[in-house]
Design a protein around this ligand. Structure first.
Ligand SMILES: [Zn+2]
Length: 317
C-alpha cells in the first residue's frame, strides 16, 4: 500500500479537524474489525484510581498494549522488523487523514477511546528537532478535547525509526485535572506530583512557546550530557486561546521492576500517557501489585533527579 490508498480522499476541505477525526473513527469502526475490537476491549479492562497528596493516577490493565510495552527498541531489533508506520506494512483497512507531512491514523491498540498515531509520511528517525512548531499547530487544530504528545526514541516510542506524534482524549488524563499553573506568567514552571518532576509552559503565542521549549530541550541535553536527544516526553494542548505544554525530563526509560523476576516484576514501561497519570500495566496479573507507593517509586525513578531538575529550571528562568 502507498499513502494514496491510506489517505481518505477527497476530504471535505471545510471540515474542521475534530469532526474529521470523529468521522474517521466511526468509519474505521465499520470497516476495520481489529480496530473495533481494540476500542471495545477498553470497556472490559480493569482500572483503579490511586491517590497521593490529593493527586490521582489511574492504573489500567491493558493486555492490548503488550506489544508496545515490551517493544524492543534497540537498533538491531528495529532494523530487522517491518516498520508498522510505513504504509506498505499497514492492514488494508487502515485509513488516515493528512495533516501536512503527517497522517492521522486511529490506533487499533488504544489506551483511551480516541487515540491516534500520527506518523510522518517519510520513514525518518524519531527526533523532536524541527518538529515543535508542527506539534503546536496540530494541538491548535485538533482542539481542546484532545492533546498531542511525543515520546522520545529512548522514552517509550515503539517506532524510534519512524517519526510520529500521538493524540488522545484530554478529558481522561488525570494530570490535566491538576492546577498546573499558579499564575499567568509565561516563564516555565516546575510542577511536582506523585513523584513526577515536570516543566510546564504556557503562552498564547506559538512561536514564543516554541522557542522556550526548544531552549529547554537544548539545556536539558547539556545538563544530562546526552550525545543524542535528551530523554523526554512532551505533551501539548491548546485551550481558551493558550498553549499548555508539559515536558517530562527523564532519567530512565524503564524502572528496575520492569526487569525484575516474578513475582516482583511489573510490565510498566512509562511513556507520556503514563507520566500524565494513566499507568498502563500490560500483564493483567501484575495489576494488583501496583499501589500508590509503587507508582510513586516508579515515577521518582524515571524522572530527572532533583539536582539536575533544579539546574534546568534555574537556567531557564
Ligand atoms: Zn516506517
Amino acid at each position: 500500500m502507498s499513502w494514496d490508498s491510506v489517505l481518505l480522499n477527497p476530504w471535505p476541505s471545510d471540515a474542521n479537524l475534530p469532526s474529521a477525526i470523529d468521522q474517521l473513527f466511526s468509519s474505521q469502526r465499520e470497516d476495520w474489525e481489529t480496530f473495533r475490537q481494540g476500542v471495545d476491549a477498553l470497556s472490559s479492562i480493569r482500572a483503579k484510581t490511586l491517590t497521593h497528596d490529593g493527586t490521582r493516577v489511574v492504573v489500567q490493565a491493558n493486555p492490548g498494549r503488550c506489544k508496545s510495552t515490551h517493544a524492543k527498541t534497540d537498533a538491531e531489533s528495529v532494523a530487522t522488523r517491518k516498520c508498522f508506520l510505513c504504509p506498505d506494512n499497514m492492514p488494508p483497512q487502515e485509513r488516515g487523514i493528512a495533516f501536512g507531512e503527517l497522517v492521522i491514523l486511529p490506533n487499533p491498540y488504544p489506551i483511551l477511546r480516541r487515540h491516534c498515531t500520527i506518523p510522518d509520511r517519510e520513514h525518518r528517525p524519531q527526533q523532536l528537532a524541527g518538529h515543535v512548531g508542527t506539534m503546536l499547530e496540530l494541538a491548535n487544530k485538533i482542539g481542546p478535547d484532545m492533546l498531542v504528545f511525543y515520546n522520545g526514541p529512548r522514552c517509550g516510542a515503539s517506532a524510534p525509526d519512524h517519526f510520529h506524534f500521538q493524540a488522545c482524549d484530554a478529558g481522561s488524563i488525570p494530570l490535566f485535572a491538576e492546577p498546573l499553573l499558579t499564575d499567568s506568567s509565561t516563564q516555565p514552571f516546575a510542577h511536582e506530583s506523585f513523584g513526577r518532576r515536570m516543566l510546564v509552559f504556557t503562552d498564547a503565542n506559538a512561536s514564543a512557546i516554541q522557542e522556550k521549549i526548544e531552549r529547554a530541550v537544548a539545556v536539558l541535553k547539556e545538563i544530562t550530557a546526552s550525545d543524542e536527544e535528551p530523554m523526554l516526553n512532551l505533551t501539548a494542548r491548546y485551550r481558551d486561546g493558550r498553549y499548555l505544554v508539559v515536558l517530562f525530563p527523564r532519567a530512565a526509560h524503564r524502572p528496575a521492576c520492569y526487569f525484575s523476576q516474578e513475582p516482583e516484576r511489573l510490565a510498566i514501561s512509562p511513556a507520556t500517557l503514563e507520566m500524565s497519570g494513566v499507568l498502563v500495566v500490560a500483564e493483567p496479573e501484575h495489576f494488583d501489585r501496583v499501589d500508590a507507593e509503587t507508582a510513586r517509586n516508579i515515577y521518582l525513578e524515571v524522572s530527572l533527579d532533583p539536582s539536575q531538575f533544579s539546574q534546568l529550571l534555574s537556567r531557564l528562568r
